[in-house]
Design a protein. Structure first.
Length: 205
């Protein structure tokens, strides 16, 4: 099996190019190109890894990743709203309608809490919690909304998971930042599996 090579020419010819920062990094780090495994290992950002996978994998693998990312989004959102727990790491073609309904219910709870606060200031704290949960749910809903599409779907599902992680810990910025970083790393690992990076690494050695 021949190792896959990545070159500047390939990146420049993609229908949607990587961002300028990523292109500049690849040009400076791998001016003569690199194997997929070498480029993957040296890449400084997990979100770049996710982007590359979403734009180069076959359609069926991209869709599988999108569902996985959506399930991850629900996992983080469930920290803020327990009603979303059944779909944590469990978004599938069979249950997406139920997942969407759960998101709508979470959002309705947020609206109800807001309305209650208008007449009862004492429920402000509860409303804040509901709002935080609803925002996380909204991010999870974004992931759901894209799983039926294709390339943009996985990117948006990945983004939604990051937002869900951030929103679920909105009042604890350090924890939120760590959760977003962990979410990206987990996604990159799933992408590596889909791309066969480990097999490439064994060949490289």
């Amino acid at each position: 099996m021949k190792m896959k090579m990545i070159t500047m020419a390939e990146l420049e010819s993609m229908g949607e190019r990587p961002c300028k920062e990523a292109m500049d990094w690849f040009r400076e780090t791998h001016p003569d190109g690199a194997t997929l495994a070498a480029a993957w290992e040296s890449c400084p950002h997990d979100d770049w890894r996710v982007w590359y996978a979403c734009h180069t994998l076959p359609r069926e693998k991209v869709i599988a990743l999108a569902y996985r990312f959506a399930g991850q989004a629900f996992r983080y959102a469930a920290r803020a709203h327990v009603s979303l727990e059944p779909w944590a790491d469990n978004v599938t073609p069979e249950n997406v309608a139920a997942a969407r309904a759960a998101v709508a219910a979470a959002w309705a709870a947020r609206e109800a809490a807001r309305a209650a606060m208008m007449d009862e200031p004492d429920v402000a704290e509860a409303m804040d919690e509901a709002a935080r949960a609803a925002w996380a749910a909204r991010a999870a809903a974004s992931a759901w909304a894209w799983v039926a599409a294709w390339v943009a779907l996985a990117e948006d599902a990945a983004w939604a998971a990051w937002e869900a992680a951030r929103a679920a810990m909105m009042e604890e910025p350090d924890t939120a930042a760590a959760d977003v970083k962990a979410a990206r790393a987990e996604q990159a690992q799933w992408c590596a599996e889909a791309l066969g990076i480990e097999e490439e690494e064994r060949m490289r050695q």
